[in-house]
Ligand binder design. Structure first.
Ligand code: PLP
Length: 389
């Protein structure tokens, strides 16, 4: 028996090292990583700039309390603000956390503080915002709520893509904020109909609520823009980030426009580790490298080859998503079998839905790695279709 709590299915592979797009297991077998730790290692494994930054920082100062200042967190907040303000036209402030759930937890608390007297947050069905009690309550997957009742009150879910339903909910409640993924990731790589998100932003503003965008999985170049919200020219009040922010170092961030962020006063929120030097060194190196490489361009270029190749594989009916946040929609609900056959063929992907394989490789993936990965996925598809026929 393992001494780990069984919160995940029994793993079938043990990885021991990685470099770029390649992972190696404990038997020395190599895999192409088309999943990236769920969209985390966007610059690939053991990216030298990030490795060097972590090693140098570990040898200098690994941690001090947020009661004292360090320089790195100001640098990183500045880079995050530069990226978000270039997209929204507004400057803001950043709170650093250690995960996506914590970044969203900050957003949820900020919405209540910035809109006093209101506490309802509207989010969408099939969304995923985290596993803490409040972010689980915001997550629009009622089956995940069942065992943990009562969850914190004040969360209302509306169907994703249905503007009328959102407007009705905004009228029915005193809403502090709306929290939405521009592309639902864990929910199955779901892209809403054009016009939905701008309509949602408008309706949210008309109701006097905060428009909060969860870019934890979609942010930082992955969708072919720095942020998925840019696709339809949105200007959110709050943006949450995590996943690829530290290229594997646990770090999350909640950015809020300056007039919203100022609602927080000392003592309102905090984190022992949030913004600590080791995480910030990794994050600064990650963001500087992403900027230098033009991360969105990398995602767009790789996406064209990858999507075209996926659509050529028998059994894949369509590809959802943008850039390198992709879901291969299968003709049959055999995604679990495809993911495990892919491992046998030396390819890491996952079943995000019974009929959808998630494909989120590093943005730095090379054309020849895409070609080889497609060959392996094709073989995995054939195995799975035979196994299930
Ligand atoms: N928000 C989104 C959109 C996510 O995809 C996830 C994780 O998959 C989270 C929040 C939660 O992030 P974490 O697992 O780091 O708490």
């Amino acid at each position: 028996m393992t001494t780990l709590m069984s919160t995940y299915p029994e793993p079938s592979v043990t990885f021991v090292k990685g470099s770029g797009t390649v992972l190696v297991d404990d038997h020395g077998k190599e895999y192409l990583d088309f999943l990236c730790g769920l969209a985390v290692t966007s610059l690939g494994h053991a990216r030298p700039e990030v490795v060097d930054a972590i090693a140098a920082q570990a040898a200098t100062l690994s941690h001090v309390s947020n009661l004292y200042d360090t320089t790195l967190r100001h640098d990183v907040a500045g880079i995050v603000d530069d990226l978000v303000s270039a997209a929204t036209g507004s400057h803001g402030q950043v709170f650093f956390a250690n995960s996506g759930a914590e970044a969203n937890e900050c957003a949820l608390k900020l919405a209540r503080k910035a809109r006093p007297g209101r506490y309802v947050v509207i989010s969408t069905l099939s969304s995923f915002h985290g596993r803490t009690m409040a972010t689980l309550a915001a997550t629009g997957q009622p089956e995940k709520h069942l065992a943990f009742q009562p969850l914190p009150p004040g969360f209302v879910h509306v169907p994703f893509g249905d503007l009328d339903a959102a407007q009705a909910a905004l009228q029915a409640h005193e809403v502090a904020g709306v929290l939405v993924e521009c592309i639902q990731a864990e929910g199955g790589i779901n892209v809403p109909p054009p016009g939905y998100l701008p309509g949602l932003e408008r309706a949210t503003r008309e109701a006097g609520a905060l428009f909060m965008v969860d870019e934890v999985q979609s942010g930082l170049g992955r969708t072919g823009q720095w942020f998925a919200f840019e696709d339809e020219g949105l200007s959110p009040d709050v943006v949450t980030l995590a996943k690829s922010l530290g290229n594997g170092m646990p770090v999350g961030a909640c950015w809020a426009r300056a007039d919203v962020a100022e609602a927080f006063q000392p003592g309102d929120h905090g984190s022992t580790f949030g913004g600590q030097p080791l995480a910030m060194a990794a994050t600064r190196a990650t963001l500087e490298t992403m900027v230098a490489l033009d991360a969105p361009r990398l995602a767009n270029e790789a996406s064209q080859q990858l999507v075209a190749g996926l659509l050529d594989i028998p059994g894949i009916e369509a590809v959802r998503g943008r850039g390198l946040l992709l879901g291969a929609a299968l003709a049959m609900p055999i995604a679990i079998q495809v993911a495990s056959a892919a491992l046998r063929h030396g390819l890491v992907v996952n079943a995000v839905r019974p009929d959808t394989v998630r494909i989120t490789p590093p943005l730095t993936i090379k054309p020849e790695e895409i070609s080889e990965g497609l060959v392996r996925l094709n073989a995995a598809m054939q195995d799975a279709m035979e196994e299930c026929s």
